[in-house]
Ligand binder design. Structure first.
Ligand SMILES: *Cc1c(COP(=O)(O)O)cnc(C)c1O
Length: 476
C-alpha cells in the first residue's frame, strides 16, 4: 500500500491543522454560555494539513474509472466524451434559482424553448417535457401519459402494455410502477420482434407497446412500420425508449416510424458525464394528439390537461443545457455523423473479435452488439473455464472499463460492447488487442482470469453487499 492510500484518519496527527481562525472572537459574536449550545467534546475530525487533504482527495479520485481516464465501452449506456466547453457554459448558470421571477431568467426559458424545438426536429415529436430526471423517470411519465390518453377518451379497459423479451429492465419495471400489466412479446432467432407472436396479443385491453429501436441487441427493427400499424389498429399507442438514440440522431425519426410517445436520455446520447446514479435528464416527447396532456408550465401556471407532474420544477437544468450546447455545437449535419461513426466503431470491434468471442447474431449492428462469452474458455479437467465476468474483470488490469455484462438476458454469457463516436481508431485497436490477449490468456490459464483484477485498489468485492450495504462512513 502506498502511503497516501491510507485513510485520512490514519494520517491524522494531534494538533496539526490546515486552517487558521482569528484567536479572539468578540463577546457579541459568541454563543451564550447557557442553553447547551457549546460543543462538549471534540468532533473527532482528522487533524491534517491542507496538503494532506489535497492528496487524499486527489488520490481517491484516481481510484475510480471515468470516461475522462479511459475507454468505457459500456453497452446500453453510451459513455461518450463530454466536451469541456459544456462545463464552461453550465458554470455560467450556477447562480439561478427556480423561484426567480421569469424576467430575470429569460435566458433559461430560451434554452427550454430552443432545445424543445431541436429535439422535436430530430425525433419527429411535437413537444417535450423536461421534468423527468432519468430515463426510467421518463418511461414512467410517458406511460402515465399513455394511460391518461385512453382515460381522457373514456377508454378505461386498456390495462396491459406489451414489452419485448429483449427490453431494458426499466421498461417492465416502469410499466409495473404505473399499474399496468406486462405482456411479453418474443424475439425471433435473428433478434428482432416476432410479428406473428405479437398479433394474437393485440386487443381492446392493450394500452400500447414499449420498444427501443435499435433494440438492446443493437439491431434495427425492420418491421417497425407493420408493428406500428398493427398496434394503432387495435387502439394502442407506441412508446419509444430513446435512451439509446445515438445511432439514429439526424438519420431516422421515431415519429416517422409511428411512435406516439418517447423519452430521450440526454445523459447518454447528448453528452453529460453520468454513472453512479446521476445526474440525468429523460425528457418525454409526444405526438400532436397527446400534447394537451404533457406536463407544461407557462410563467409558473400549469398548462397541462392531465395534471401530471413528476418533478418539483423543470428537471435537471444543467443536463438540459449541456445537451443544448452539444447540439448547437455539432449542428444539423455533424450530429448525424456521431451515430454513423459510433456504428462504424461497433461493427469494427465486432468483426475484429468474432473469432475469439462467440457472436450469436452475426448481422451488421448499430451502435452496440452482444457477444456470448469466449470461443475457448480454457475449461479442462479440474479447471473451470473463464467466464464473461472474468473477462470483464481482467480488462480493468489493462486500463479499460468493463463492457456491460450478463445483459440482455437472452444469452447466458452476454458481453455488450458500445464504443462511442469520440474514440479514435488507435483506441479501438488497443481495446481489440487487449480483448484478444485476454482470450489467449483464458485458453492458456483460466485461473489467471478467475482472480483478476490484480492491478486495481480492490479486486472482487461482494457486489451485492457493496450495493446494498455500502460503507460510506469511517469509524475508528
Ligand atoms: C439507460 C437506459 C434506460 C434507463 O435510463 P436511466 O437514466 O438509467 O433511468 C432505459 N432504457 C434503455 C434502453 C437504456 O439504455
Amino acid at each position: 500500500m502506498k502511503y497516501y492510500d491510507k485513510l485520512i484518519f490514519e494520517l491524522s496527527k494531534s494538533g496539526r491543522t490546515g486552517y487558521s481562525l482569528p484567536s479572539k472572537v468578540s463577546d457579541k459574536d459568541s454563543l451564550p454560555s447557557s442553553g447547551n449550545l457549546w460543543r462538549q467534546s471534540s468532533l473527532g475530525l482528522p487533524e491534517v494539513s491542507e496538503l494532506d487533504v489535497v492528496r487524499h482527495y486527489t488520490n481517491l479520485s484516481q481510484m475510480n474509472f471515468g470516461v475522462d481516464t479511459g475507454f468505457y465501452p459500456l453497452g446500453s449506456c453510451t459513455m461518450k466524451y463530454n466536451p469541456k466547453i459544456n462545463e464552461e457554459i453550465v458554470g455560467q448558470f450556477n447562480g439561478i434559482h427556480p423561484l426567480q421571477p421569469l424576467e430575470t431568467v429569460r435566458g433559461c426559458a430560451e434554452v427550454y424553448e430552443g432545445i424543445d424545438a431541436a429535439l422535436a426536429s430530430v425525433t419527429g415529436m411535437k413537444h417535450f417535457t423536461f421534468e423527468p430526471c432519468a430515463g426510467a423517470h421518463g418511461e414512467l411519465t410517458g406511460l402515465m401519459l399513455m394511460r391518461e390518453y385512453h382515460f381522457s377518451r373514456g377508454d378505461m379497459g386498456r390495462t396491459k402494455v406489451i414489452v419485448p423479451d429483449s427490453a431494458h429492465g426499466t421498461n417492465p419495471a416502469s410499466a409495473a410502477v404505473c399499474g399496468l400489466e406486462i405482456v411479453e412479446v418474443k424475439s425471433k432467432a435473428d433478434g428482432l420482434i416476432d410479428v406473428e407472436d405479437l398479433k394474437p396479443l393485440l386487443g381492446p385491453d392493450i394500452a400500447g407497446i414499449m420498444m427501443t429501436n435499435p433494440n438492446t441487441l443493437g439491431l434495427f427493427e425492420r418491421d417497425i412500420k407493420e408493428i406500428a400499424a398493427l398496434v394503432h389498429d387495435c387502439g394502442g399507442l407506441l412508446y419509444y425508449d430513446g435512451a439509446n438514440m445515438n445511432p439514429l440522431i439526424g438519420v431516422v425519426r421515431p415519429g416517422d416510424m409511428g411512435f406516439d410517445i418517447m423519452h430521450l436520455n440526454l445523459h447518454k446520447s447528448f453528452s453529460t458525464p453520468h454513472g453512479g446514479g446521476g445526474p440525468g435528464s429523460g425528457p418525454v416527447g409526444v405526438a400532436d394528439k397527446l400534447v394537451n396532456l404533457l406536463p407544461r408550465y407557462d410563467k409558473g401556471v400549469e398548462k397541462s390537461e392531465s395534471g401530471i407532474r413528476v418533478s418539483g420544477f423543470h428537471g435537471n437544468f444543467g443536463v438540459i443545457l449541456r445537451a443544448y450546447a452539444y447540439l448547437l455545437m455539432l449542428g444539423r449535419e455533424n450530429v448525424r455523423m456521431a451515430g454513423k461513426l459510433a456504428t462504424l466503431g461497433a461493427n469494427y470491434i465486432k468483426e475484429s473479435l468474432k473469432d475469439c468471442y462467440k457472436l450469436p447474431i452475426p448481422t451488421v449492428c448499430k451502435h452496440e452488439f452482444v457477444f456470448d462469452g469466449l470461443v475457448n474458455d480454457g475449461a479442462r479437467e479440474g479447471v473451470a473455464g473463464a467466464t464473461t465476468l472474468d473477462v470483464a474483470k481482467r480488462l480493468l488490469d489493462y486500463g479499460f472499463h468493463a463492457p456491460t455484462i450478463y445483459f440482455p438476458l437472452l444469452f447466458h454469457q452476454a458481453i455488450m460492447i458500445e464504443p462511442t463516436e469520440t474514440e479514435s481508431l488507435e483506441t479501438l485497436d488497443a481495446f481489440i488487442e487487449v480483448m484478444r490477449k485476454i482470450a489467449a490468456e483464458a485458453a492458456e490459464d483460466p485461473e489467471l482470469l478467475h482472480s483478476a483484477p490484480h492491478a486495481t485498489p480492490i479486486s472482487r468485492p461482494d457486489e451485492t453487499m457493496a450495493a446494498r450495504q455500502p460503507k460510506l462512513t469511517w469509524f475508528a
